[in-house]
Design a protein around this ligand. Structure first.
Ligand SMILES: C[S@@+](CC[C@H](N)C(=O)[O-])C[C@H]1O[C@@H](n2cnc3c(N)ncnc32)[C@H](O)[C@@H]1O
Length: 246
Protein backbone atom coordinates (compact mmCIF):
# COMPACT_ATOMS: atom_id res chain seq x y z
CA UNK A 1 0.00 0.00 0.00
CA UNK A 2 1.33 3.44 -0.93
CA UNK A 3 1.39 5.87 1.97
CA UNK A 4 0.93 9.49 0.89
CA UNK A 5 2.43 12.16 3.12
CA UNK A 6 -0.12 14.60 4.55
CA UNK A 7 -0.94 17.33 2.00
CA UNK A 8 1.02 20.47 2.86
CA UNK A 9 -1.32 23.07 4.30
CA UNK A 10 -1.81 26.40 2.54
CA UNK A 11 -3.21 27.81 5.78
CA UNK A 12 -0.05 26.89 7.65
CA UNK A 13 2.12 28.37 4.91
CA UNK A 14 0.05 31.56 5.01
CA UNK A 15 0.58 31.85 8.78
CA UNK A 16 4.31 31.21 8.41
CA UNK A 17 4.60 33.89 5.72
CA UNK A 18 2.69 36.38 7.89
CA UNK A 19 5.10 35.63 10.76
CA UNK A 20 8.17 35.99 8.54
CA UNK A 21 6.88 39.32 7.20
CA UNK A 22 6.62 40.56 10.81
CA UNK A 23 10.17 39.48 11.55
CA UNK A 24 12.71 42.32 11.20
CA UNK A 25 15.35 39.76 10.18
CA UNK A 26 13.43 39.11 6.91
CA UNK A 27 15.23 41.17 4.27
CA UNK A 28 13.59 43.25 1.55
CA UNK A 29 14.20 40.75 -1.27
CA UNK A 30 12.72 37.80 0.60
CA UNK A 31 9.79 39.95 1.80
CA UNK A 32 8.92 40.87 -1.82
CA UNK A 33 8.77 37.21 -2.78
CA UNK A 34 6.77 36.32 0.33
CA UNK A 35 4.19 39.05 -0.40
CA UNK A 36 3.80 37.73 -3.95
CA UNK A 37 3.44 34.19 -2.59
CA UNK A 38 0.82 35.35 -0.08
CA UNK A 39 -1.23 36.79 -2.98
CA UNK A 40 -0.97 33.49 -4.87
CA UNK A 41 -2.07 31.60 -1.75
CA UNK A 42 -5.16 33.79 -1.50
CA UNK A 43 -6.06 33.08 -5.15
CA UNK A 44 -5.35 29.39 -4.62
CA UNK A 45 -7.63 29.14 -1.58
CA UNK A 46 -10.56 30.68 -3.51
CA UNK A 47 -9.83 28.45 -6.48
CA UNK A 48 -9.61 25.30 -4.39
CA UNK A 49 -12.93 26.10 -2.69
CA UNK A 50 -14.61 26.48 -6.11
CA UNK A 51 -12.89 23.32 -7.39
CA UNK A 52 -14.36 21.39 -4.48
CA UNK A 53 -17.82 22.64 -5.49
CA UNK A 54 -17.18 21.77 -9.17
CA UNK A 55 -14.73 18.84 -9.14
CA UNK A 56 -15.25 18.17 -12.86
CA UNK A 57 -13.87 21.64 -13.60
CA UNK A 58 -17.21 22.64 -15.20
CA UNK A 59 -20.00 24.54 -13.47
CA UNK A 60 -23.52 23.21 -14.01
CA UNK A 61 -24.98 26.40 -15.54
CA UNK A 62 -24.23 27.58 -19.06
CA UNK A 63 -24.03 31.38 -19.11
CA UNK A 64 -24.15 32.82 -22.62
CA UNK A 65 -22.34 36.06 -21.80
CA UNK A 66 -19.26 35.91 -19.62
CA UNK A 67 -16.81 38.48 -18.31
CA UNK A 68 -13.35 37.37 -17.20
CA UNK A 69 -11.31 39.45 -14.74
CA UNK A 70 -13.87 42.22 -14.38
CA UNK A 71 -12.93 43.07 -10.79
CA UNK A 72 -15.34 45.66 -9.42
CA UNK A 73 -16.56 46.47 -12.96
CA UNK A 74 -19.54 44.13 -13.26
CA UNK A 75 -21.52 44.13 -16.51
CA UNK A 76 -25.31 43.72 -16.53
CA UNK A 77 -26.42 40.35 -17.90
CA UNK A 78 -22.89 38.95 -17.87
CA UNK A 79 -21.65 36.12 -15.65
CA UNK A 80 -18.50 37.41 -13.96
CA UNK A 81 -15.53 35.13 -13.29
CA UNK A 82 -12.53 36.47 -11.39
CA UNK A 83 -9.78 35.11 -9.16
CA UNK A 84 -10.93 37.22 -6.20
CA UNK A 85 -14.23 38.75 -4.98
CA UNK A 86 -16.54 40.26 -6.03
CA UNK A 87 -17.52 37.87 -8.84
CA UNK A 88 -20.22 35.31 -9.56
CA UNK A 89 -17.55 32.62 -9.58
CA UNK A 90 -14.07 32.73 -8.07
CA UNK A 91 -11.78 30.81 -10.40
CA UNK A 92 -8.12 31.07 -11.35
CA UNK A 93 -8.32 31.29 -15.13
CA UNK A 94 -4.74 30.03 -15.43
CA UNK A 95 -6.27 26.65 -14.54
CA UNK A 96 -8.73 26.80 -17.44
CA UNK A 97 -12.23 28.16 -18.04
CA UNK A 98 -14.82 26.19 -16.01
CA UNK A 99 -17.48 26.26 -18.73
CA UNK A 100 -18.82 23.67 -21.15
CA UNK A 101 -17.66 23.33 -24.75
CA UNK A 102 -19.49 25.52 -27.31
CA UNK A 103 -21.76 27.13 -24.68
CA UNK A 104 -20.85 30.85 -24.63
CA UNK A 105 -21.90 33.48 -27.18
CA UNK A 106 -19.84 36.43 -25.94
CA UNK A 107 -16.78 36.41 -23.74
CA UNK A 108 -15.37 39.77 -22.64
CA UNK A 109 -12.24 40.84 -20.79
CA UNK A 110 -10.37 44.11 -20.44
CA UNK A 111 -7.14 44.84 -18.62
CA UNK A 112 -6.99 41.20 -17.56
CA UNK A 113 -4.80 39.38 -20.11
CA UNK A 114 -1.64 41.31 -19.24
CA UNK A 115 -1.92 40.10 -15.64
CA UNK A 116 -1.44 36.42 -16.46
CA UNK A 117 1.87 34.89 -17.53
CA UNK A 118 2.85 34.64 -21.19
CA UNK A 119 3.09 32.27 -22.96
CA UNK A 120 1.80 29.38 -20.80
CA UNK A 121 -1.33 30.89 -19.26
CA UNK A 122 -2.15 33.39 -22.01
CA UNK A 123 -2.03 30.80 -24.80
CA UNK A 124 -3.96 28.34 -22.64
CA UNK A 125 -6.62 31.03 -22.04
CA UNK A 126 -6.91 31.74 -25.79
CA UNK A 127 -7.43 28.02 -26.53
CA UNK A 128 -9.91 27.67 -23.67
CA UNK A 129 -11.88 30.71 -24.86
CA UNK A 130 -12.06 29.11 -28.32
CA UNK A 131 -13.28 25.82 -26.78
CA UNK A 132 -16.12 27.36 -24.75
CA UNK A 133 -17.46 29.67 -27.48
CA UNK A 134 -20.24 28.59 -29.81
CA UNK A 135 -19.57 28.62 -33.57
CA UNK A 136 -19.82 32.31 -34.48
CA UNK A 137 -19.25 33.24 -30.81
CA UNK A 138 -17.16 36.31 -30.01
CA UNK A 139 -14.20 36.91 -27.73
CA UNK A 140 -13.69 40.62 -26.99
CA UNK A 141 -10.33 41.51 -25.44
CA UNK A 142 -9.01 44.89 -24.33
CA UNK A 143 -5.51 45.51 -23.00
CA UNK A 144 -3.23 48.52 -22.44
CA UNK A 145 -1.89 49.44 -25.89
CA UNK A 146 1.89 49.21 -25.72
CA UNK A 147 2.12 50.57 -29.31
CA UNK A 148 0.30 53.77 -28.29
CA UNK A 149 2.83 54.33 -25.53
CA UNK A 150 5.94 53.48 -27.52
CA UNK A 151 4.85 55.49 -30.56
CA UNK A 152 5.26 58.70 -28.57
CA UNK A 153 8.55 57.82 -26.84
CA UNK A 154 10.74 59.82 -26.39
CA UNK A 155 9.59 62.80 -28.45
CA UNK A 156 6.30 63.68 -26.78
CA UNK A 157 6.78 64.31 -23.05
CA UNK A 158 3.45 66.19 -22.94
CA UNK A 159 1.69 62.95 -23.71
CA UNK A 160 3.73 61.21 -20.99
CA UNK A 161 2.40 63.79 -18.54
CA UNK A 162 -1.16 63.09 -19.68
CA UNK A 163 -0.61 59.35 -19.24
CA UNK A 164 0.67 59.88 -15.71
CA UNK A 165 -2.32 62.08 -14.89
CA UNK A 166 -4.86 59.63 -16.31
CA UNK A 167 -3.35 56.37 -15.09
CA UNK A 168 -1.36 57.05 -11.95
CA UNK A 169 -2.47 60.33 -10.33
CA UNK A 170 -4.45 58.50 -7.64
CA UNK A 171 -1.78 55.90 -6.93
CA UNK A 172 1.02 55.93 -4.42
CA UNK A 173 3.61 55.36 -7.18
CA UNK A 174 3.06 58.90 -8.47
CA UNK A 175 6.23 60.37 -6.92
CA UNK A 176 8.35 57.68 -8.56
CA UNK A 177 7.27 58.35 -12.14
CA UNK A 178 9.79 61.03 -13.01
CA UNK A 179 10.62 60.51 -16.70
CA UNK A 180 8.90 59.17 -19.83
CA UNK A 181 10.83 55.90 -19.43
CA UNK A 182 9.34 55.52 -15.95
CA UNK A 183 5.88 55.70 -17.56
CA UNK A 184 6.91 52.92 -19.92
CA UNK A 185 8.28 50.85 -17.06
CA UNK A 186 5.04 51.23 -15.16
CA UNK A 187 2.91 50.31 -18.16
CA UNK A 188 4.97 47.19 -18.78
CA UNK A 189 5.18 46.06 -15.15
CA UNK A 190 2.37 48.01 -13.54
CA UNK A 191 2.96 48.03 -9.83
CA UNK A 192 5.22 45.22 -8.89
CA UNK A 193 4.98 44.54 -5.15
CA UNK A 194 1.97 46.79 -4.50
CA UNK A 195 -0.80 45.69 -2.12
CA UNK A 196 -3.74 46.53 -4.41
CA UNK A 197 -2.35 45.67 -7.82
CA UNK A 198 -0.92 42.65 -9.55
CA UNK A 199 1.85 43.42 -12.01
CA UNK A 200 1.64 43.37 -15.78
CA UNK A 201 3.44 40.31 -17.12
CA UNK A 202 3.38 40.94 -20.88
CA UNK A 203 2.72 43.88 -23.20
CA UNK A 204 0.34 43.79 -26.18
CA UNK A 205 -0.56 45.68 -29.31
CA UNK A 206 -3.16 44.96 -31.99
CA UNK A 207 -0.76 42.85 -34.03
CA UNK A 208 0.09 40.62 -31.05
CA UNK A 209 -3.61 40.10 -30.19
CA UNK A 210 -4.36 39.15 -33.81
CA UNK A 211 -1.47 36.65 -33.82
CA UNK A 212 -2.47 35.19 -30.45
CA UNK A 213 -6.12 34.55 -31.25
CA UNK A 214 -5.45 33.41 -34.83
CA UNK A 215 -3.00 30.83 -33.46
CA UNK A 216 -5.73 29.65 -31.04
CA UNK A 217 -8.01 28.85 -33.99
CA UNK A 218 -10.27 31.93 -34.30
CA UNK A 219 -11.53 32.57 -37.87
CA UNK A 220 -11.20 36.36 -37.76
CA UNK A 221 -9.66 38.89 -35.37
CA UNK A 222 -10.58 42.54 -35.92
CA UNK A 223 -10.55 45.87 -34.05
CA UNK A 224 -13.54 46.18 -31.68
CA UNK A 225 -15.43 49.49 -31.64
CA UNK A 226 -15.36 50.62 -27.99
CA UNK A 227 -18.82 50.26 -26.44
CA UNK A 228 -19.20 51.81 -23.00
CA UNK A 229 -22.32 49.78 -22.25
CA UNK A 230 -20.01 46.79 -21.90
CA UNK A 231 -16.51 48.16 -21.44
CA UNK A 232 -15.23 50.20 -18.53
CA UNK A 233 -15.29 53.85 -19.75
CA UNK A 234 -12.04 54.62 -17.95
CA UNK A 235 -10.25 52.04 -20.14
CA UNK A 236 -10.98 53.66 -23.50
CA UNK A 237 -7.97 55.99 -23.57
CA UNK A 238 -4.70 54.17 -24.30
CA UNK A 239 -6.18 50.68 -24.70
CA UNK A 240 -6.53 48.41 -27.73
CA UNK A 241 -9.55 46.11 -28.15
CA UNK A 242 -10.10 43.30 -30.64
CA UNK A 243 -12.98 40.93 -31.31
CA UNK A 244 -12.05 37.37 -32.27
CA UNK A 245 -14.78 35.27 -33.92
CA UNK A 246 -14.91 31.49 -33.77
C1 LIG B 1 -6.52 45.46 -13.54
S1 LIG B 1 -7.90 44.53 -13.01
C2 LIG B 1 -9.08 44.95 -14.30
C3 LIG B 1 -10.49 44.98 -13.78
C4 LIG B 1 -11.54 45.42 -14.84
N1 LIG B 1 -11.53 44.52 -15.99
C5 LIG B 1 -11.33 46.83 -15.28
O1 LIG B 1 -10.98 47.06 -16.44
O2 LIG B 1 -11.52 47.73 -14.47
C6 LIG B 1 -7.44 42.85 -13.43
C7 LIG B 1 -8.45 41.82 -12.97
O3 LIG B 1 -8.04 40.52 -13.41
C8 LIG B 1 -8.24 39.60 -12.36
N2 LIG B 1 -7.31 38.47 -12.49
C9 LIG B 1 -5.95 38.54 -12.49
N3 LIG B 1 -5.43 37.29 -12.59
C10 LIG B 1 -6.49 36.43 -12.69
C11 LIG B 1 -6.60 35.03 -12.82
N4 LIG B 1 -5.52 34.26 -12.85
N5 LIG B 1 -7.84 34.48 -12.90
C12 LIG B 1 -8.95 35.27 -12.85
N6 LIG B 1 -8.91 36.61 -12.72
C13 LIG B 1 -7.69 37.19 -12.63
C14 LIG B 1 -7.93 40.42 -11.10
O4 LIG B 1 -8.45 39.83 -9.92
C15 LIG B 1 -8.59 41.75 -11.45
O5 LIG B 1 -9.95 41.80 -11.09
Amino acid sequence: MTVHPAAPSLDLLREQIAALLQNPATGHGLARTLRATAKEIEISRYHQASSRAWPSGRIDTAPERVQIGGGAHRIDNFFNIDAIPPADLLWDIREGIPLHDASVQVMFSEHFLEHIDYPRSVKHYAREAHRVLTDGGQLVTGVPDAAFLLKHYPANPKLAAEMVERWYSKRDCLGDINTFLDVINYAFRDQDDAPNYTPHLWAYDEKKLIQLFTEAGFRTVEPWAFDATTANPKRQWGSVYVVAKK
